[in-house]
Design a protein around this ligand. Structure first.
Ligand SMILES: Cc1cc2nc3c(=O)[nH]c(=O)nc-3n(C[C@H](O)[C@H](O)[C@H](O)COP(=O)(O)OP(=O)(O)OC[C@H]3O[C@@H](n4cnc5c(N)ncnc54)[C@H](O)[C@@H]3O)c2cc1C
Length: 304
């Protein structure tokens, strides 16, 4: 297999996901460059191995039975970040980051360079690739506001796309289709007042710490925001804030009803999924709104 030197067998997915669930992956490789990814994809196709692209695992519920295929994890080995001036406009700079770079690093680098617009990214615990795929966002801004170019692999070829708002939707993007693999993101930011930018980063961090259960395993918001509603409010109105079905560890957070948490990391993905289905049914019964999962599922049956 390409990347034989770095291939790992039977890695427990619970160690690679923030929800802390998931059994072993048959194969896991952390490639260092785009060529290696393409070789891995060809290998997987030749061997009929299912492939899953994993970033920082902060929006993935991995199956208790694990994954009988190849996980391509884009992380530290592909995490270079470069800051450049915009040669056409001295008021702007570009930052180009590889898919495995942490989104928080992108946001924090922008802030320390005195560049505005990426403050929202500082508190999101994903990778750049996962954030492009999901069009991650918070506090009124998302990736679509800052992205100018995305490189990705499709049909075994590395391509670059100049992107616009139309390439992104609410927690989705052009890159979430057709097996595309994001390999890097280029953003363009305006030079601003460094002190004010850092103050805003601190303000958002404080808001997050006050309102979200950040010390307990979770995937952040479990559900997408239904049009015209807030998922957390609907769940709370159904009396489910702090609710658990049993003592498995799966619980609706008592701090933020939009988060399903895995207390002490002791619940399995089946426990979490059972609670998710319960919440969906109860909220639907009470409000007529069907909550759709924002979290993604790795392995197992794709029923949600
Ligand atoms: C405490 C907490 C707070 C959070 N707050 C927010 C928030 O404010 N806003 C928000 O939007 N999200 C939030 N999230 C969710 C999560 O951090 C984001 O969805 C993030 O973008 C996921 O990135 P990741 O690298 O962890 O992706 P993963 O969880 O590894 O993967 C998510 C999906 O993206 C795909 N993927 C990952 N990398 C690539 C790639 N390079 N190419 C193609 N596909 C890829 C995976 O196959 C999977 O389908 C939060 C999560 C937690 C745990």
């Amino acid at each position: 297999m390409p990347g034989e030197n770095i291939i790992r067998k039977g890695v427990e997915l619970k160690a690679l996901t923030t929800m802390k669930t998931g059994g072993p992956a048959a194969y896991l490789v952390e490639p260092s460059n785009e060529d290696e990814i393409i070789k891995l994809l060809r290998y997987a196709q030749a061997k009929s191995l299912e492939v899953f692209i994993l970033g920082n695992g902060s929006n993935v519920i991995a199956d208790d039975e694990g994954f009988d295929g190849l996980i391509i994890k884009l992380g530290n080995n592909m995490s270079e970040l470069i800051v450049d001036d915009d040669p056409e406009d001295p008021d702007y700079s570009f930052i180009t980051a590889k898919a495995g770079c942490l989104l928080s690093k992108l946001g924090n680098t922008a802030a320390s360079e005195g560049l505005e617009g990426a403050e929202f990214a500082c508190g999101i615990p994903g990778s750049v690739g996962g954030a492009v795929f999901m069009n991650a966002g918070a506090y009124g801004a998302d990736i679509s506001d800052i992205a100018v170019e995305v490189s990705y692999i499709e049909d075994f070829k590395l391509q670059t796309r100049v992107v616009s708002k139309e390439d992104f939707g609410y927690r989705t993007s052009f890159f979430a289709h057709n097996g595309r693999i994001v390999t890097s993101l280029k953003i363009r930011l305006k030079k601003g007042d460094k002190e004010r930018i850092n103050e805003y980063v601190r303000e958002l961090r404080d808001k997050r710490t006050t309102s979200q259960p950040l010390t307990v395993p979770s995937c952040g918001s479990t559900f997408k925001r239904p049009e015209g509603y807030f998922a957390g409010k609907l769940i709370q109105d159904s009396g489910l804030k702090g609710f658990s079905l049993d003592d498995s560890g799966a619980q609706v957070s008592s701090k933020h009803a939009g988060f399903v948490v895995n207390n002490e990391g002791k619940a399995g993905s089946e426990d979490i999924k059972r609670l998710i289905r319960y919440i969906q049914d109860k909220v639907y019964e009470d409000s007529g709104v069907r909550l759709e999962c924002e979290v993604r599922f790795l392995g197992g049956k794709k029923e949600q």
